[in-house]
Structures are given as structure tokens and as C-alpha cells.
Design a binder for this molecule. Structure first.
Ligand SMILES: Nc1nc2c(c(=O)[nH]1)N[C@H]1C(S)=C(S)[C@@H](COP(=O)(O)OP(=O)(O)OC[C@H]3O[C@@H](n4cnc5c(=O)[nH]c(N)nc54)[C@H](O)[C@@H]3O)O[C@H]1N2
Ligand SMILES: Nc1nc2c(c(=O)[nH]1)N[C@H]1C(S)=C(S)[C@@H](COP(=O)(O)OP(=O)(O)OC[C@H]3O[C@@H](n4cnc5c(=O)[nH]c(N)nc54)[C@H](O)[C@@H]3O)O[C@H]1N2
Ligand SMILES: [Mo]
Length: 769
């Protein structure tokens, strides 16, 4: 036995040290500076499990024979043929050339949404775009599944998406100054485990402890009590899902009706406030938006709403709104309504006052933020500007040449012939997977690059096995983390996998653009270069010294320049004319001329309550509102078979939480296998009966590997996206509406076979066919 080596590394869920002996990982230790490391670090050794990885480049047999004329319905059902890297990269380069010559580059879809790994060099989708930009471009996506409706409406009404990107009031100021905190959605260490691009120090929990210690009044508005840790003393308001805009507007209406609205702030800092006020006081449509009105829609107590409205103006008050609220039909409205309410209260720009979005949705939101450059490889210049809103992927594939609207303009869907996905898992992330499966039969060729034999890879024509981050060198860092972290190679590549950079470099060579792609640098040359760009920017622009590359690489981390104690829009509040916002009026928009001109019924010119397509106010007694939130034990679908992920399952299945009242009405016992279904699909899960979930709501986390059983389409792993609704949030924002979904649930007795084993068996069988 040789000595144990200690290798610094990082993933989206934090930094850690891998203990490596004789080429194997024998232990994982948390980063010494991290007070709240994520248990997901202990799933990392599972990455090295050869049974989970794609063993070699693979081509679907039918595609190898007939290329673009193959039977596309055989995707996911036909065997794969292993090929050499040389053959695989030639096939890929030939396809890119064929499609771009015959149909034009817009027919190549490389939006390729996904979190990939935290490394900023081997960032799979960035490298894909970099390569394709050298050969004429591709159709891309805009916004993210995380936030789309939110930033679209905030860019229009606040002039930027800063307030939902981690640039609103920092949590240190809230812990110090706020007297009344209203949490819409969650403030949870569960989601704060992860941060896109890695995180050095998990701080959310310590801010929450400070807030809890100060004993301020906290109102927690969510269908799920666990969205705040139980040690935070909060009043739980179990709201009906998707009705928050009504509560916000009811609170605002109460303030207006009492004449307590901040007239000076509204006059100086907003535009169109009279339109909002006319809606609130009922002069516009005859309906007063008061506590009684809101209580009826939200399923809450009117008197408590009335009291809270008073308290919001009597004390220093802060509203936090989770990203989840805008991942719903009309998701623009809760974000805009919160801004409207905060403007009516009039404390925006004061320490500990106002509104902010996405606190704890990611680990870095609300923490001191990085003001330096964050490491990133350039995607180079786009030769064409063809795009879709990120979640309109099925619409695009099903409607070539059809039109869609986005931010008030009309665009056309391209005629997609080739899809190249690297570092994302649409069979995890997209809604209504049975609809996606139909859309997936449309393109002539689908290429998937991933270390794992995911549901998406299983449905590809060409699968390119990338190494996981622990099989190569890289660095982590982002705009919301105060550390840049070395991600050193810990083990040799598994099977025939290659680092993403190397895969694209080889394809670029076949396309004759290798020089432009690699700029003469190899892996370590690029890691050094990306670090140096960050270090130079910090010293030149901010006078902040970071260690030289060799010191950084040896030590494993470097600190970045950050801003703490930040109060959002403080300057603007003091002098709005000197600090105009990038909006139609230069101020906060509460009544929009642009939206009035557009006349959309699903995104009116002022914040409004609009009924979602599916919600408890319209369902019948057997309907449950599905909340498919983020899984506690993994990041989305990643390392689904790792220890942290498996620990969160029950009887090998995902847990579906529901209220005792609803369980009893359906004859469901705690721990029983249930079938959750609606007109779009059905899946299995294990029932966990708990009164921490509001009656009428069922919570099933995302991320189980999509495993439909062939005979009847029943999904056995517990993937909620067989149930969710695939519509845009509105014609304006076009975000995903994942949290708008009604389902039914019943005890499932027919088949007690363990789903977890079944779909893992299938996975291994496909990989070794
Ligand atoms: N119902 C419902 N659906 C949702 C949501 C919801 O709330 N409800 N949330 C949505 C949100 S917010 C998001 S962000 C999306 C997430 O959706 P995704 O980002 O697509 O999910 P991941 O599972 O992280 O997929 C990342 C993929 O990258 C692969 N990968 C990891 N490392 C590497 C690498 O080094 N190279 C390459 N080439 N690949 C790598 C992983 O194996 C995995 O297949 O899901 C969305 N879907
Ligand atoms: N462990 C872990 N952490 C993660 C991720 C992960 O996969 N695993 N994914 C990361 C990503 S990509 C993102 S974008 C963020 C997402 O961060 P969020 O969007 O904040 O996370 P969610 O878990 O979808 O939702 C948080 C809570 O919102 C509540 N909620 C849902 N709908 C409503 C509603 O209509 N009204 C109210 N008041 N509350 C509602 C639900 O009870 C849910 O638990 O999480 C990140 N953090
Ligand atoms: Mo996300």
C-alpha cells in the first residue's frame, strides 16, 4: 500500500479534499474553511464507479447504418456499437458540416442547457459553443431553468436582474437591521448547499442563525414548513401554491386602503404607481385587493394578513422571494408583485429593507459577492443570433418555422436537424417528459457528451464519454463565491473517457479550427491562463493581491475580492435622477407603457394576480398540487446513485410527502409505494406522511433518473417531470412552469419490485449491450 495522497477538489456543492491511495479514492474531507460542508461531497467517489460511466464512444446501430435516414423512434431502445475516438469525432465533425452546409447553422441546436461540473475550463456547454462559433454558429438558449420569468420581468421593471442574481441586500445587513422578515418560498440550507461554479464557504446557515438569534418577527409563506429550518422561530403561513402574487397584492392593497403607502418614494422612485394603486383600491376593476380578497385565494387567515400589512410599514421590513415562485405559470407576477409591495412600503434602498430574490436558492445568494472577474473560457463571437427561451425546447422541435414571443418581440423557431448536448440532462430538467420524448424523434441526429449513461445519453445517436472532473485538472470560481479553488486530477480516466476540452479539440481539428479553439494552450496552460486573468483583474482594477498561480495551485485555493454589507439601490433612493435605472422611465416600473402596448392577457401592464393553468382553486377534491423541488441529497440528477442521494430515498424510491389528511382520504399509509399520476404521465414513489406539508399539496423532489417501463409508460424511479406542465410562464417571459401542476395519488399494490434496482439494471444492460 502506498501513501495516501491529499488532492484538493471542488464541485458545485463545495470544496473538499480527496484522499487517494493506489489510484482509488479512500476518503473525502471537507474544506477546512467551510463551517457547513454539504454531505453530497461523500457521493463523489461514486463518480469513479465504472458501472455508471459510459465506457467508450458509442453509436446507435441504426444511425451508424443509415445516418440521417435512421428510424428515430428507436432512440433509447436500440443497441449501441462501440467505436474508436477517431471514428466518433469524424462522425460528429461530418454531421456538423453536413447540417450547416445543407440547412444553415441555425439548424444545429447547441443551447445545451445544464450544470455540467464546476470546472470553468472544462465547462462542457461553453466549450461546445466556442467550437461551433468557429464554424458558423448554432441556435442557443436564453435565460435558465432556474430563473427566466423573474429576470425578464425585473430587467424590464428594475433595469437589471441584479436583485435576483445575488446583488440585492446582503444577508449580513438583513441580520443586522431587519425587524420584520417575510419569506416567500424557502430560506433553506437544503438548496444553499450548491452554487453554480462551486463554493468555498457555505454561509447561509450562519446568517440564518444570526437572524434567528435576534428574535425578529419572521413570517414564512410556503406550502412546505421544512423550507425554513425548524430552529428558526417563524410563523408558518401554509399558502396555496402559486397564489403568492395575491397575498403580496392583498398586503399592498391593505396599506393603500389605510393611506399608509409611501407617497414620497412612489413619486420620486417609481413610474406608473397610479395604475397599480387603481388596481389595488378597486377603482380599475371594481374589486378591492384587500386582506379578505387575498385570504380567499391563498387559503390563509384575513386578520393575520391585515395585521402583517400594518407591521410591514411600522417596522423595518424585508421581503425575500425564492426563485421557485417564478418557476410557475405567470411566474412574472409574484416577482413583480413583491417589487410593487416593497415600493408601496417604501423601504427599498434602506439597510435591511425592501425586497430581494433567490436568497439561499443558491449558496452564494445573499453572501458577500465577488466583485472581481470570475474565471471563464470565452465562447468567442457569435456569427448568428438564433435563440429560443431555454424551456421552449419541445416547442422548438415540434414546431419548426413556428413563431414565439419573448420580451415583446416575435421570433421564429429554427428547423432543427442536429442536437448536440454536452453537460446537461434534458430528461432530468425538462417538463412533460412524454411530450419531450415525442419531440426527441424529430431531429435527424442527436449527440450527447456526458460521463454518465444518463436517460438523455441512452436516447442519443452518438454518445461521447467525457471524464468527470476528478479525472482531470481545472479550477472553480464564480460571481457569488469568495474563493477560487483548484480542482486537481485525483484518479486516472475511467474507461476510454476524455476531458471535455480534449474531445472538442479533436472535433475542432477535424473541422479545421483547432488553432482558434485551443489558442496554443493545453489543459494546464488554460487553467493557468484563466487564473491569471482573474488575478490580474483583481490587482489592476481593485488593488487586490491574489497569490501567483503556482502558490494558488499548491495551496488549493485563493481568496477573491468581495463586497459585504451591501444595501441594494441605496444610491438610487437618495438621488434617483443621478442614478437612473435602465428602464423605460429610469425608475422602478409599476405601470408599464411597453406592456400596455403589447396587450398580453398573461402579462398585464401592472403586477396582478392571474389564475395559473392548474391550481387548487380550480381542481376538485382529489387533486393535489405537485411541488417538484430540488433534491436534498444530490444536485439535480447528478450522482443519483451516490450515498447522499440514496440516503434521501425510502425503500429505494424517491419520497413523496403529503399531509395526513390527504393520505387518509386516499387510503395511503406512511412508507407505502404510491402511484402519482395525471393526464400527462405517472410515476411511483414512497409516501411519507407528514403535517409539514400543507393539505392539498404533494412534494416530490426532482432528479431521479427517468425510467419509463416499456409496456405502459409508468415511470418507476420517481421522476416528477413525467407529470409537470410544459408551457411558458407567459408570452413575455417564456420561463418554465414546473411548479404549476395538479396530480392524483393512490396506493400502488400491483408491483412491489424495487424500482431502484430495476432501472439501475437497465442502465448497466444498455451500457454493455
Ligand atoms: N420539475 C422540475 N424540473 C426542474 C426544476 C424544478 O424545480 N422542477 N428545476 C430546474 C432547474 S432550476 C435546473 S437548473 C435544471 C437542472 O438541469 P440540468 O443542469 O440538466 O441537471 P444536471 O443533472 O445537473 O445535469 C448535468 C449533466 O451534466 C453531466 N456532467 C457532469 N459533469 C460533467 C462534465 O464534466 N462534462 C460533461 N460533458 N457532462 C458532465 C451530468 O452527468 C449530468 O448529466 O432542472 C430544472 N428542472
Ligand atoms: N441540494 C440541492 N440544492 C440545490 C439544487 C439541487 O439540485 N440540490 N439545485 C440548485 C438550483 S439549479 C436552483 S435553480 C435552486 C432553486 O432554488 P429554489 O427555487 O429556491 O428551490 P426549490 O426547491 O425549487 O423551491 C424552494 C421551495 O419553494 C416552495 N414553493 C414552491 N412553489 C411555491 C409557491 O407557489 N409559493 C410559495 N410560497 N412557495 C413555493 C417549495 O415548498 C420549495 O420547497 O436550488 C439550487 N440548490
Ligand atoms: Mo437551477
Amino acid at each position: 500500500m502506498s501513501e495516501i495522497k491529499r488532492i484538493p477538489h471542488c464541485s458545485h456543492w463545495g470544496a473538499y479534499t480527496l484522499l487517494v491511495q493506489d489510484g482509488s479514492i479512500v476518503g473525502v474531507e471537507p474544506f477546512a474553511h467551510d463551517p457547513a460542508p454539504s454531505p453530497i461531497i461523500h457521493s463523489v467517489p461514486e463518480w469513479a464507479n465504472p458501472k455508471r460511466q459510459v465506457p467508450s464512444p458509442l453509436v446507435r446501430a441504426g444511425w451508424l447504418e443509415k445516418r440521417e435516414h435512421s428510424d428515430r423512434r428507436k432512440r433509447g431502445a436500440e443497441k449501441f456499437v462501440p467505436v474508436s475516438w477517431d471514428e466518433a469525432t469524424t462522425l460528429v465533425a461530418d454531421e456538423i458540416r453536413r447540417v450547416s452546409t445543407t440547412y444553415g447553422n441555425a439548424s444545429i441546436f447547441a443551447g445545451s442547457y445544464g450544470w455540467t461540473n464546476s470546472g470553468r475550463l472544462h465547462h462542457a456547454s461553453s466549450l461546445l459553443k466556442r467550437m461551433l462559433n468557429l464554424v458558423g454558429g448554432f441556435t442557443r438558449h436564453v435565460d435558465t431553468y432556474s430563473i427566466a420569468a423573474g429576470p425578464v420581468i425585473l430587467r424590464h421593471t428594475l433595469g437589471s436582474s441584479d436583485a435576483c442574481d445575488g446583488r440585492a441586500n446582503t444577508l449580513d445587513t438583513i441580520a443586522e437591521h431587519t425587524e420584520t422578515l417575510v419569506v416567500f418560498g424557502a430560506l433553506s440550507p437544503r438548496t444553499a448547499q450548491t452554487e453554480a461554479g462551486g463554493i468555498g464557504v457555505h454561509r447561509v446557515e450562519s446568517y440564518l442563525r444570526k437572524i434567528a438569534d435576534r428574535g425578529i418577527r419572521i413570517v414564512h409563506v410556503s406550502p412546505l414548513k421544512d423550507d425554513l429550518p425548524e430552529w428558526v422561530d417563524a410563523e408558518w403561513w401554509p399558502i396555496r401554491p402559486n397564489t403568492d402574487a395575491a397575498l403580496m397584492l392583498g398586503l399592498a392593497g391593505e396599506i393603500v386602503l389605510a393611506g399608509r403607502h409611501a407617497r414620497d418614494f412612489l413619486d420620486r422612485c417609481t413610474s406608473g404607481a397610479d395604475q397599480l394603486i387603481a388596481y389595488l383600491d378597486g377603482s380599475a376593476d371594481g374589486i378591492r385587493k384587500d386582506a379578505t380578497w387575498a385570504a380567499e385565494i391563498c387559503g390563509l387567515d384575513a386578520e393575520s394578513i391585515r395585521q402583517l400589512a400594518r407591521r410591514l410599514v411600522d417596522t423595518r421590513s424585508m421581503l425575500t422571494v425564492s426563485w421557485s415562485l417564478q418557476r410557475a405559470h405567470h411566474g412574472e407576477q409574484p416577482f413583480w408583485s413583491a417589487l410593487g409591495l416593497a415600493s408601496i412600503i417604501g423601504q427599498i434602498g434602506l439597510p435591511g429593507g425592501g425586497v430581494g430574490y433567490g436568497y439561499a436558492s443558491l449558496g452564494g445568494v445573499g453572501s458577500p459577492f465577488n466583485i472581481g472577474k470570475s474565471p471563464a473560457i470565452s465562447q468567442l463571437t457569435r456569427p448568428i443570433d438564433s435563440f429560443i427561451p431555454v424551456a421552449r425546447i419541445s416547442d422548438m422541435l415540434l414546431n419548426p418555422g413556428g413563431t414565439f414571443t419573448y420580451e415583446g418581440k416575435t421570433h421564429t423557431y429554427p428547423d432543427t436537424r442536429l442536437v448536440y448536448w454536452a453537460g446537461g440532462n434534458p430528461y432530468h430538467h425538462h417538463q412533460d417528459l412524454n411530450r419531450l420524448a415525442e419531440a426527441w424523434t424529430r431531429p435527424e441526429t442527436i449527440i450527447v457528451q456526458d460521463p454518465m449513461f444518463t436517460a438523455t445519453a441512452q436516447r442519443a445517436d452518438i454518445v461521447l464519454p467525457a471524464t468527470t472532473s476528478i479525472e482531470r485538472n481545472d479550477l472553480a470560481g464564480n460571481r457569488r463565491s469568495d474563493f477560487v479553488i483548484a480542482m486537481k486530477q485525483a484518479i486516472a480516466p475511467v474507461g476510454e473517457s476524455l476531458p471535455d476540452f480534449e474531445i472538442f479539440n479533436r472535433i475542432a481539428a477535424k473541422l479545421g479550427v483547432a488553432d482558434g479553439f485551443n489558442e496554443g494552450r493545453d489543459e494546464m496552460g488554460w487553467v493557468r491562463q484563466l487564473y491569471e486573468e482573474v488575478r490580474q483583474d483583481a490587482v489592476e482594477r481593485l488593488g487586490f493581491e491574489m497569490p501567483d498561480f503556482d502558490t494558488f495551485w499548491e495551496r488549493g485555493y485563493a481568496r477573491c475580492p468581495v463586497r459585504a454589507e451591501h444595501t441594494f439601490l441605496a444610491d438610487f433612493r437618495t438621488d434617483p435622477a443621478a442614478h437612473p435605472l435602465n428602464t423605460e422611465s429610469g425608475r422602478i416600473v409599476l405601470g408599464s407603457r411597453t406592456l400596455a402596448g403589447l396587450g398580453y392577457d398573461d402579462c398585464p401592464p401592472h403586477p396582478a394576480w392571474l389564475e395559473p393553468a392548474e391550481w387548487l382553486g380550480r381542481g376538485d377534491a382529489s387533486d393535489l398540487h405537485l411541488i417538484s423541488h430540488q433534491p436534498i441529497g444530490r444536485l439535480h440528477s447528478q450522482i443519483e446513485t451516490g450515498v447522499a442521494s440514496v440516503a434521501a430515498k425510502r425503500n429505494g424510491r424517491e419520497q413523496a410527502k403529503l399531509n395526513p389528511r390527504d393520505a387518509a382520504a386516499r387510503g395511503i399509509d406512511d412508507g407505502q409505494t404510491i402511484r402519482v399520476w395525471n393526464g400527462r404521465g405517472a410515476c411511483l414513489a414512497t409516501a411519507t406522511v407528514t403535517d409539514s406539508v400543507r393539505p392539498g399539496v404533494l412534494v416530490l423532489p426532482t432528479g431521479a433518473w427517468f425510467t419509463p417501463r416499456d409496456e405502459n409508460g409508468l415511470e418507476v424511479a420517481g421522476n416528477p417531470n413525467v407529470l409537470t406542465l410544459d408551457i411558458g410562464t407567459s408570452q413575455f417571459g417564456q420561463g418554465c412552469s414546473a411548479h404549476t401542476c395538479l396530480v392524483r395519488a393512490e396506493a400502488h399494490i400491483a408491483d412491489q419490485r424495487d424500482a431502484f434496482d430495476e432501472y439501475q439494471d437497465k442502465l448497466v444492460a444498455l451500457a454493455t449491450a
